[in-house]
Every structure is written in structure tokens, then in C-alpha cells.
Design a protein around this ligand. Sequence first.
Ligand SMILES: [Zn+2]
Length: 322
Amino acid sequence: MNEETREKLAEISRMLEERVKDFRTSEMWLKHLEMQARLPHYSFNNCILIELQTQGKATMCQSFTGWKAMGGSVKKSEKGLKIICPAPRKVYTYETKRDENGNEIRAADGTVEKEKVCHVQQSYKVGYTFDVSQVDITNLPEICTRLDGSVEGAEDLIGILQEISPVPIAFDHINGTANGYFSPSDLRIVVDEDLSPNHKIHTCLHEMAHATLNLSGEDNGASRELKETEAESIAFVTMKHLLGDKMTAEDIGQYSFGYINNWASSDDLTEMKTAMATIQWTSAALIDKIEAVYRDREKLADKESEEAVEAQVIVQHKGKHM
Ligand SMILES: [Zn+2]
């Protein structure tokens, strides 16, 4: 890594560190999650960097070539938004050749044979991305808003969640105040059947987040506060991504981030940063799975309507001969 790259990365790291401290209140935490919901595939570090450079106004980001591939072009005067990109480096070394048993291989003259070995070193560099506001593009792909809050769309999504959940989801009457629960021993989720459709989605996502983190061992040794903050944040990012601006104040009111002030108040931000990374990858994976089902259904619907048109043509054709 050269001196300039090192210096740029160090500066960015200082910016990030400063910013993460702000997220220790539930209000700022929620703001960060809203940004992450718009850019689910950007790491939490990059999400914060984009937020800082656009005053939180970015809605859709792509690289220079990414926009080009979509038929857009970055406006001349626009400067890229700095992000951190992985830059794996290949390093070659000459090492002693060994057989399966680990013994040195020698040439006929007795000298030890050497071979060229490639090692990949993880390294980072400063890269650039551009918000849609910096780009000339005529056919902007619709920013996916799958739900309009209507009962019909919500029921549909509930079915999809049942389909992609890591453990089965059952709807049942729950006594007491819980809206739902994930049982690690029975490996199943139960959600209160009396909830409104939107609240069911929220509860399904919250319990699916618990299940995902439990199955991956990610929540081993985590405090209750941390587990709840993660599950609630994942549910929020996923639902906000699907609902977009149609998410109502009431919807947001169903989420609780009251725990954040409790566990994130210490000066050690390591746990908080780890939690944010977990929230980012878990919600991105959920969003990908949900959108894949929507895409498959759209493809199927297209195929069916094409077939219907073809069938119609055949019928008309036959009619002519009669
Ligand atoms: Zn929970």
C-alpha cells in the first residue's frame, strides 16, 4: 500500500470513528438504519461515508461503470463519493517444493526444488461511487417499492416470508403481551394471528432475524439488549427497504430502539460496529431472498401472459379456417 492510499484511508477511518459515536442514541441509530435501508448492499462503513458526503440525501448509488451499464452517465462536474473498497493483492514467493507427506523434493543433483506460490493479501483502497442525483439517466429503473401498505400486498409478503424463513413460521393465538417468538429448541417461529398485516410482517422479520443469527452462531454470548437491538434493526432495514417512503409513522412507531442507549453508551465502539455490520449483512441477505421471489413471480406472470397471447393467436388462427 503506498503512502497516499494509507493517508486517504486513515483520514476516512477518522471520519467514521467520529460518526459512529453519534449513533449511541436511538434517534441517530434510526437515522442510520434509514440510510442503510436505501443502500442495503453497501457495508455500514460505506453507508456512513455516503451519508456524510451527501448530508444523508443519497438514495441510490452505483459506481461509474455501474451507471454506464444502466445506460446513464455521470455529469461532468460531479465528484465521486469516497468509499472503501477491498483490493486483494497477489504476492508471489518462492517456496520449497514438498510431497504429500511434507518432505522436501530434491532434484537429481541434490538441490532443493523451489516453486512459485501465489498468496492473496487482503488490502483496501479508496474507491468512488455516485448518487443518482449526480447522473444523467433517462430510463431509471424503478426504485423497488414492493409494498404500498395495503392489506393485499402485505398478505402476499407474509406468504413470501413463510417461504424463505430459515425455520417454519406458524400463526397462532399468543397469550400475554408477546407479538411472537422464536423457539431455538423447537426451531420454529410463532407469530400472533391477531396482529394487523403490517405488524405481522414486522414480527415475522424480527423473529426471522433472531433465527438467522441463532443458527449462524452469531448471537453466541450476546446480551439480551444486543440481540433485541439487532433483530429490531434488521426488521426495520428490511421493511423500510420494501416499503420505502410509504412506511408510515405508525409503522415506525411499532419499532423499539429503546435498548440502544443502554448498551451503546460505553466508549468502546467495537461491539456497536460489529452489531452494525451484522445488521447490514443479515438484512441484505433477507432483502435479496425476498426480491428473488418477487422477480421469479414476475417472470412467471410474464411467461403466463405471453402464453395466453399465443393461445389467443392460435384460437384466432383456427377460427379463420372454419
Ligand atoms: Zn426479539
